[in-house]
Write a protein that binds this ligand. Sequence first.
Ligand code: F6R
Ligand code: MN
Length: 187
Amino acid sequence: MAISFNMPPSVAFLAGQFTADDIIKKTTRCGDLSGVFHDRAAWQTIPPDTPVYEVEMLSSPQGEGELFVGTTHLQPGRVGDEFYMTRGHFHQRREQGEVYFGLRGSGLLLLQNEARKPWLEKVFPGSVHVIPGFTAHRLINTGSDVLSALAVWPSTAGHDYAALERGFALRVLDREGKIFAKEVQNG
Ligand code: F6R
Ligand code: MN
């Protein structure tokens, strides 16, 4: 039998870009993030079509036991005094975790359990983040370059954004050039 040496998809670790036959891309723009940033007036001054982050994903089979692989590229920037960030979510299947790997740029991973207890991990090239089940997660770009992070998660996890309608219990702000994490009651 002739054994073939198949070429798998690849990722350029420094930039997080995939090479593969089928890549799915989704851009989230400032206008899509209504209610996410605390300074609504500042959010309204930004053109709604301004890209904030792009997720590129390998096209993978879906179903119990299958895995998704995707990279998030989060632009540097601020809405008022708040750093650009992803919307953030729990998984619909709460027990399902995820692993993030920092590839480029610098930022924070905001995590929060179901009792609203938040914590932060620094994201940098080479950082590894094991996100447990039952834990909401959001990337925050506190640097001046694009923040890229590779993620692997169960294809059955799903996204639950609605459970975070009150927002996260921490906001990460730029206070005169310093990164400042502020605890808040209602997002
Ligand atoms: C998948 C995952 C990431 C995020 C991406 C965008 O479970 O955690 O691929 O989906 O960083 O963030 P959200 O989905 O919060 O807009
Ligand atoms: Mn996730």
